[in-house]
Structures are given as C-alpha cells and as structure tokens.
Design a protein around this ligand. Structure first.
Ligand code: 3HC
Length: 336
C-alpha cells in the first residue's frame, strides 16, 4: 500500500500553497484562468511552485524511464536473430536515448539541472517505470516489450501531447511518433515468430506474454483511488486521462491484437462486459507493484548499478567537453 510518499506528495503537491501577496494572488488567478482555458504554460511564464515541482518530478522520472528502458533490450542487440532485427533494435534503443535527452531538456526549462536529476536517479530518490525492472529472458521478450510496453507507453503518452506545460507537450509529439514505430516493430517480430516460427518459438512468445502482461498493466500507475498525484495533476491539465481509464483502453486494445497473434493473455477473468462495453479483468497484484517500485524487483539493483557505472565511466567525456568549452570561451573572450 502506498503510504509514506503519498502523505509527502499530498502535503507537497496537492495542498494549497499559501499565496503571500495580492500580486501573487493575481498571478495565481491568471495562471488558473489560463489552465481552465486550455492554454499552454511556457517556461518564461509565471507558474506556481508546486506546479513546477510536479512537472520536474514527472518529466525527470519519465526521462529516467527512457534511459533505464534501454537496458533490458540492450541485452539482445548482440543476440538478435538476423542483421535486420539487430538494425531495427539498435534504431529503437537509439530513439529511447533521444527521448530521454528530450525530456531531460524539457525538465531543465523548469530550473532543475541534468546533474541534479541524475543524482536523484543514481541515489534511488527518483523513480523510473517499474516495468524495466523485469529481465528479458528470450528474443520473444524484445517483441513483447515493443508490443506491450511501448504500446502502453503510447496509450499513456498521447494524452501528454495535450499537457498544459508547453515544452513537455511538444516533446511528446515527436516521442509518440517514434513510439508507434517501436510498437509496430515489436508486433511484427512476434508475428514472424508465431506465423513462420517453430512450435518452440510460439511457446517462447506465449511465455514472454505471460511474464510481461501484468507488469505492463502496472505501467499506468496505481488505481485512481490510490494515486496521490492524479487529482491535482488532472486539475492542472498535466494528466488528461486517469490511470484506470488508460489501463482499460490498453486492455481492450490488446485483446484484439492478441487474437491476431494467436496468443492467450494470462488472465482467466478477462472477458467482454456488454454493459460496460469494455473487458472485465482480474485483480492486479499491487503489492508486487509497490515492491518493485520500492526497489525490490528482479532487476532493480542491476539496472541502477548499470546507470551509475555508465555515469562514472563517462566522467572523462564530460570533463573533456567542459574543458574544451571553457578553452573556447576564453579564446572568444580574448578575441572580443
Ligand atoms: N513505475 C514506477 N513508479 C510509478 C509507476 C510505475 N509504473 N506508476 C506510478 N508510479 C509512482 C509515481 O511516480 C508516484 O510516485 P512519486 O510521487 O514519488 O513520483 C506514485 O507511484 C503514485 O503514482 P501516481 O499515479 O499518483 O503518480 P502520477 O500522477 O505521476 O502518475 C504516471 C504516474 C502515470 C506514470 C505519470 O507519472 C506519467 O504519465 N508519467 C509520464 C509517462 C511515463 O513516465 N511513462 C513511463 C514509461 S516511459 C516508457 O515506457 C518509455 C518507452 O519508450 C518504452
């Protein structure tokens, strides 16, 4: 159950901030009116501190998810079954790196720095999507990640193209276009395995679906009644559709796609509800979700260690780039 951080977030993000002066009250009212009118808030505009904090939290964690998300698939670059699949996988992973850089840049417009965000990740204070703490055991996992994980990411990210914070919304437009390629390439890899593969490869696909289905549903976040951030984020136009509603849309879309693949979804309670015009589904194991979010998933330690190692190994590149930039700046000052 989500308790400590929920209290913290409730106090920080959602509680009304004491607005000090009449000028601030006027600025707050103007901000509220612009949010209500569906306008984009830009980096140069006045914005409330807890709106800024919420955006830094969400955008930086989104960026961390993109960067950490490269690790599970990176495991399969040297093991891809053909040169074509290797090239596609390399392109996808490279896209994810770009998404991370886009999002770190969007977060920096809010006054935080790359170093601060990465220090929060490396120290374990910042989160990244729990889905990336699961292992990629076979090549079918790479296809299922494309189909389910990137599929869930698209479902969750398209509404963010209408997020009230302009730099975030604009970053999401390009990211969503590339995510569509990610989902397509994963689905295509699975289709090849199930249609042209052996029985063993078909079983490999089903095994991967069985392992990734439930953690993919958790990507949308906790149930709405356990989400400390949703209400305020929806009032601010950051979150446009609730966690549960997006999860339901994703489930309904996947049932059809699973039929095309000829795979079963590992939920005996999954069935169409005529009255709801949606699929009923079994209970999600939220204890597992909070355990993995809390750092006790199958690969949490490995993922974080890989990121810290990459940061340490890259120190010399950062130092060299900074030294070059400073030398350049000195030259230009001397020439001015
Ligand atoms: N993994 C880890 N933590 C999660 C989580 C998940 N799947 N879902 C929710 N949480 C965390 C939240 O960050 C929050 O903790 P915090 O307050 O310390 O940050 C807490 O659980 C409660 O969740 P809420 O629903 O109240 O929090 P939000 O309102 O922030 O909603 C969210 C969670 C829907 C993930 C929202 O933050 C969001 O839309 N983020 C942007 C999209 C994103 O980050 N997607 C992650 C995947 S990116 C990806 O898959 C890349 C693709 O290329 C593969």
């Amino acid at each position: 159950m989500y308790t400590q951080a929920m209290d913290l977030m409730g106090k920080e993000a959602g509680a009304p901030q004491a607005v000090a002066s009449p000028e601030e009250q006027a600025l707050q009212q103007r901000f509220d009116a612009r949010i209500d009118a569906g306008e984009f808030i830009e980096a140069k505009d006045w914005l409330p501190e807890n709106y800024r904090k919420t955006l830094v939290r969400q955008i930086s964690q989104h960026a961390h998810s993109e960067i950490v998300g490269m690790l599970p698939e990176g495991n399969w670059v040297t093991r891809a079954p053909t040169l074509k699949r290797k090239a596609i996988l390399l392109a996808k992973i490279q896209d994810e790196a770009g998404h991370g850089l886009y999002l770190y840049s969007a977060a920096e417009t809010l006054g935080t720095s790359r170093d601060q965000m990465l220090a929060a990740l490396h120290s374990g204070r910042a989160k990244y999507s729990s889905i990336f703490n699961y292992p990629t055991l076979t090549w079918a996992d790479v296809g299922v990640i494309g189909w389910l994980v990137d599929g869930a990411a698209i479902m969750n990210q398209v509404p963010l193209c209408r997020c009230s914070y302009g730099p975030y919304a604009r970053a999401m437009v390009r990211i969503c276009r590339e995510e569509s390629f990610h989902q397509r390439q994963g689905f295509d890899a699975l289709l090849t395995m199930v249609q042209k593969g052996t029985d063993a490869q078909r079983a490999m696909v089903q095994d991967a679906v069985n392992r990734w289905w439930w953690p993919s549903l958790m990507m949308f976040g906790p149930p709405d009644d356990q989400s400390p951030n949703s209400a305020q984020s929806m009032r601010w136009g950051i979150k446009r559709i609730s966690n549960d509603e997006l999860r339901q849309k994703f489930i309904d879309a996947c049932v059809q796609q699973a039929r095309v693949l000829g795979v079963g979804l590992p939920d005996p309670d999954l069935k169409w509800n005529e009255e709801r015009q949606a699929h009923d589904h079994g209970a999600i194991d939220w204890d597992e979700f909070w355990r993995v979010v809390g750092g006790d998933g199958p690969c949490n330690r490995e993922r974080l260690a890989a990121r810290v190692q990459a940061w340490d190994d890259g120190a010399w590149v950062r130092e060299a780039a900074l030294a070059h930039a400073e030398k350049q700046a000195r030259r230009e000052r001397a020439a001015a």
